[in-house]
Design a protein around this ligand. Structure first.
Ligand code: SF4
Length: 180
């Protein structure tokens, strides 16, 4: 059944997101080149977290999982920065995205217990990830990023009609939930 997007977008706003929009799985392109960029390891998280490649699953596995859904919602936090060096503002927006994402995940799970979350960045739930020596400590709360799943975030935003770039001195963080 098609989700009630008016209610979902209102819920996203209550959770603290600045933007939210319907997302259709048919528009998601899982790209090997995005995973190749992960393997370059600019962020230092490749092969260092259960939430990141290669541990988070192959591109084929993740796209097959997503193919089990038809619709979901895109959620985004937009931070206003004093200037492009406003590190505090960047960190604040990232923290808001993480908090809002967890809040919304909890609320959505009541209605969509089988949802597929895709967040932003590597999992930060533990100070030090247990990978690879021990199993993930919170497998039900850990989420991989949209990029780790092979998605180009700007492309997904564009498909959903949500700006990826909100103009000078802003930063946007994006995630999504596949619901049905
Ligand atoms: S919950 Fe902890 S162990 Fe699991 S991926 Fe996140 S940081 Fe690693």
């Amino acid at each position: 059944m098609t989700p009630d997007y008016e209610a979902l977008i209102a819920l996203a706003k209550e959770c603290g997101f600045d933007c939210a929009a319907p997302l259709y799985t048919k528009d998601l392109k899982f790209r090997p080149e995005v995973r190749d960029m992960c393997a370059v390891n600019t962020c230092g998280r490749y092969n260092a977290s259960w939430s990141c490649p290669p541990a988070c699953g192959t591109l084929e596995e993740l796209s097959a999982r997503a193919a089990g859904y038809t619709e979901g919602i895109l959620v985004q936090t937009v931070g206003q920065l004093e200037d492009s060096f406003d590190w505090e503002g960047i960190q604040d927006a990232a923290a808001r995205q993480r908090d809002s994402f967890m809040k919304m995940w909890d609320l959505l799970e009541e209605q969509y217990p089988g949802l597929m979350p895709m967040g932003m960045g590597s999992c930060t739930l533990c100070e030090k990830c247990s990978y690879p020596d021990a199993p993930c400590r919170f497998p039900k709360r850990m989420t991989s990023s949209m990029e780790a799943c092979g998605l180009v975030v700007s492309e997904v935003c564009s498909r959903c009609g949500v700006p990826y770039n909100h103009g000078p001195n802003t930063i946007a963080y994006t995630g999504c939930f596949l619901l049905v």
